[in-house]
Design a protein around this ligand. Structure first.
Ligand code: URA
Length: 247
């Protein structure tokens, strides 16, 4: 038997998607500006089934509505934007449509990338999904491309694999880190935990300095080659499953 879709009042659903107050939604409905399955829906208090395909069935002013709650996005984070709701300067949320800033539940980043790190960043309004991705027992690996200031010494692989490297101010050693040298000053690392500024601090602890950092994979989900910096894409069920599959 297929699971029944949850239902929601039209005015509450659209207000929570940022289309206006419930009173404003009622006005839109009375004016015939809300259409469900091809017919104007005048009653803003009507309950409707919230199915994933709702944006193809429910329109406001002729445009399909935004994705309903349960939204997950992959974003190609550019350099120079911050993963925060409230810091000064450009924020990752500024890369999303303006109406999405008023969504309830709000979108949050799944972990963070530094302002000067680029690459794959996930966002979701689904707290359960967020916690499943970051939970240590899920062991979702994160892969980074690293550019270094000084040539690799040759001992990095052994040091990182040992699971004994201590970072300044931390009280326990890092878990083993996957390492692969590309050339003298470029490497790929795969982390199984997420400590503050981990990659930069890790190379600092080995006497080097990271000059550029880019995340290209979370679990088995790769940053799509056709997703330019600053752009995002709504994740489908296969993308979400990929996060939890081994790379
Ligand atoms: N490690 C860092 O140092 N910075 C990031 O943004 C991610 C991992």
């Amino acid at each position: 038997m297929s699971a029944k879709a949850p239902t929601a009042r039209l005015d509450k659903l659209l207000a929570n998607l940022g289309y206006g107050s419930r009173r404003e939604i009622a006005g839109l409905a009375r004016a015939g500006r809300i259409v469900l399955d091809g017919a104007a829906l005048a009653d803003a208090g009507a309950r409707i089934a919230v199915t994933p395909d709702l944006p193809t069935r429910l329109a406001v002013d002729g445009a399909g509505i935004d994705p309903p709650p349960g939204l997950a996005l992959m974003l190609h984070k550019p350099l120079g934007v911050t993963c925060s709701h409230k810091e000064a300067g450009p924020l990752v949320y500024g890369l999303l449509p303006e109406r999405w800033h008023r969504r309830d539940p709000a979108l949050s980043t799944v972990g963070r990338l530094d302002k000067e790190t680029s690459g794959l960043l996930l966002l979701t309004d689904d707290g359960g999904l967020l916690h499943r991705i970051i939970a240590p027992k899920a062991n979702v690996a994160k892969r980074y491309r690293v550019t270094l200031d000084r040539p690799l010494k040759g001992d990095e692989d052994a040091i990182l694999a040992a699971g004994t490297l201590m970072l300044e101010d931390d009280d326990k050693p890092l878990l083993p880190v996957g390492f692969s040298a590309e050339d003298a000053t470029h490497a790929t690392v795969t982390l199984h935990e997420g400590r503050y500024h981990q990659v930069r601090r890790m190379f600092a602890a080995m006497g080097n300095h990271v000059t550029a950092l880019h995340r290209d994979r979370i679990g088995g989900l790769a940053l799509p080659a056709d997703l330019p910096a600053g752009a995002y894409r709504v994740m489908d069920a296969a993308d979400v499953a990929n996060v939890f599959s081994a790379a």
